[in-house]
Write a protein that binds this ligand. Structure first.
Ligand SMILES: O=P(O)(O)OC[C@H]1O[C@H](O)[C@H](O)[C@@H](O)[C@@H]1O
Length: 539
């Protein structure tokens, strides 16, 4: 059963939403809160350790009804079945999309092209487990017989952002190994990392699904050359590991076959941290914590698969986001975690959301005349309050925001935690209610200054409130956003799992690199030509 290809704007639900929008676009949310003491209860989902309050949104029961009707008309349920069953839903690349299989429970049977993939999934998991244990315990040693102290993940995009974000977010759970991430083709990146390393005690994990990515291969080559300044060719097998689908290319690079951790075409790069791409995570926090991350994701998969849509967290968040994106014309969404640990979370989500849903052609190959993927950005609170919150509160743009918070801190510092959480609660309250002229005057503000001090409020937020940051709760949170991406791709009738838009720049960079070597430049606009000449003159 293929995914239905339905233009959402042709549905009755869409037309209902359009006319409904006209009736509520100017209504202040305050009115609805005043009218209904139970509004928050009606728009809150409690599930396991998640408490998701979406009442501070510009929606009513009627909005919600039409949004749910939209899921019926685009046949979301059928699409979800195709997704979880391993059908070829990534039609443009002719692949299944099965990151969910990587966290499925023992005994699961999931077929790709008629073959059960689970035995292989579990055998790679075993390999990750044993390898992590041997490195962490010191059983496996480097070429001078010393235990490993450092791990360098060499990858980019999905082969970097997921592991880097998770290792950083779960640093509280880290062991003695120091982890580093090298991604940028900028040689200053790799050289800064090398500065900190001792080749005798460093493990290098080269992660590339395709093993053709310029950045990763260049960085791996630079590191290998640096390593060989003090070690021999035979020592490579003790220090270089690779994660890839492209076994031949990995072998050509010089990595031992036993040091290769396979992955599969049915895992998209930006959804791959659950596979051996997460090896650095397993090394940094230990395999049982890595398994708990996967368990959390699996629980969210089950919730998404089985929960009715009105209380299904990824579905509800996806629908609310469509509402702002397509009816209020909101261009972006802010992700504001009230946890310094989630410092890299928005950066990670940018690839997930924007590479997946940044599309302007529908599943029938036709140009789209409605909005698709939102711009994702954000930084942790409370820092961001002192940076860009001014624009969210008083700017001209509507910016729906997800506030992610954890009730208990990891270091048990109650005093800081109460202050942090006071800010967390205060901000969504302020964004909802604003401050009107009479309140400003009551504060003793002189009349002429009142316009500047009035806050309109009516700014939408979701509060994603979780008990504590653990590997399991982080797994749930990441999977929640993965499924939100899926639901939106279905509604917008786009292919969320290809990324052809990344190719053109790569092709042109290849051409320019050759031209720089030969010092001849052809077929450029005159701006680019001037820039190239200027570069040549300076270098
Ligand atoms: O893992 P790799 O094959 O090296 O790919 C790394 C990255 O490359 C490309 O730019 C893709 O757009 C990303 O989706 C991918 O994650």
């Amino acid at each position: 059963m293929a995914i239905p290809k339905i233009n959402p704007t042709t549905t009755t639900a869409w037309k209902n939403l359009e006319s409904h929008f006209k009736t509520i676009q100017d209504v202040h949310m305050k009115t609805w809160f005043a009218q209904d003491q139970k509004r928050a209860d009606k728009f809150t989902i409690s599930w396991e350790d998640f408490y998701v309050d979406f009442s501070k949104n510009r929606i009513t029961q009627e909005t919600f009804k039409y949004l749910l009707q939209l899921t019926d008309e685009v046949r979301l349920k059928e699409a979800m079945q195709a997704y979880f069953n391993g059908e070829t839903i990534n039609e443009t690349e002719k692949r299944a999309v099965l990151h969910t299989a990587l966290r499925a429970s023992k005994g699961a049977h999931i077929e790709v092209d008629g073959e059960n993939i689970m035995p292989e999934v579990f055998s790679v998991k075993e390999k990750i487990k044993h390898f992590s244990h041997d490195i962490i315990s010191g059983a496996k040693k480097g070429y001078t017989n010393k235990a490993f102290t450092d791990v360098v993940n060499i990858g980019i995009g999905g082969s970097d952002l997921g592991p880097a974000m998770v290792v950083d977010s779960l640093q509280f759970y880290k062991n003695h190994l120091t982890t580093h991430f090298v991604s940028n083709i900028d040689g200053d990146h790799v050289n800064e990392v090398i500065k900190k390393l001792n080749p005798e005690t460093t493990l290098f994990v080269i992660v590339s699904k395709t093993f053709t990515t310029q950045e990763t291969l260049s960085n791996a080559t630079t590191i290998k050359e640096w390593f060989l300044q003090s070690a021999t060719q035979e020592d490579i097998s003790k220090h270089f590991i690779a994660v890839s689908t492209n076994i031949e290319k990995v072998k050509d690079f010089g990595v031992d076959e036993t040091n290769i951790f396979p992955m599969w075409n049915w895992v998209g790069g930006r959804f791959s941290l659950w596979s051996a791409v997460g090896l650095t995570i397993s090394l940094a926090i230990g395999n049982s914590n890595f398994e708990n991350l996967l368990l959390g994701a699996h629980k969210m998969d089950e919730h998404f698969k089985t929960e009715k849509f009105e209380t299904n967290i990824p579905v509800v968040l996806a629908l609310i986001s469509v509402w702002y994106n397509n009816f209020f014309n909101a261009e972006s969404e802010a992700i504001i975690p009230y946890s310094q640990y989630l410092n890299q979370f928005a950066t990670y989500l940018q690839q997930g959301v924007m590479e997946s849903n940044g599309k302007s052609v529908d599943r029938n190959g036709n140009p789209i005349d409605y909005q698709t993927g939102a711009i994702i950005w954000g930084e942790p609170g409370s820092n961001s309050q002192h940076a860009f919150f001014q624009l969210i509160h008083q700017g001209t743009k509507l910016i729906p925001a997800d506030f992610i918070g954890f009730a208990k801190s990891l270091h048990d510092n109650k005093e800081h935690q109460d202050k942090l959480m006071s800010n967390f609660f205060a901000q969504t309250e302020a964004l909802l209610n604003g401050k009107d002229k009479s309140q400003v005057l009551e504060e003793g503000t002189e009349e002429t200054l009142t316009p500047f001090k009035v806050f309109e409020g009516n700014k939408p937020t979701n509060t994603i409130f979780i008990n504590q940051l653990t590997p399991e709760s982080l797994g749930k949170l990441i999977a929640m956003y993965e499924h939100k991406i899926f639901v939106q791709g279905i509604i917008w009738n786009i292919y969320s799992y290809d990324q052809f838009g990344v190719e053109l720049g790569k092709q042109l960079a290849g051409k320019i690199l050759k031209e720089l070597k030969n010092n001849t430049f052809t077929n450029h606009d005159n701006s680019t030509l001037n820039l190239l000449k200027h570069y040549k003159n300076l270098t």
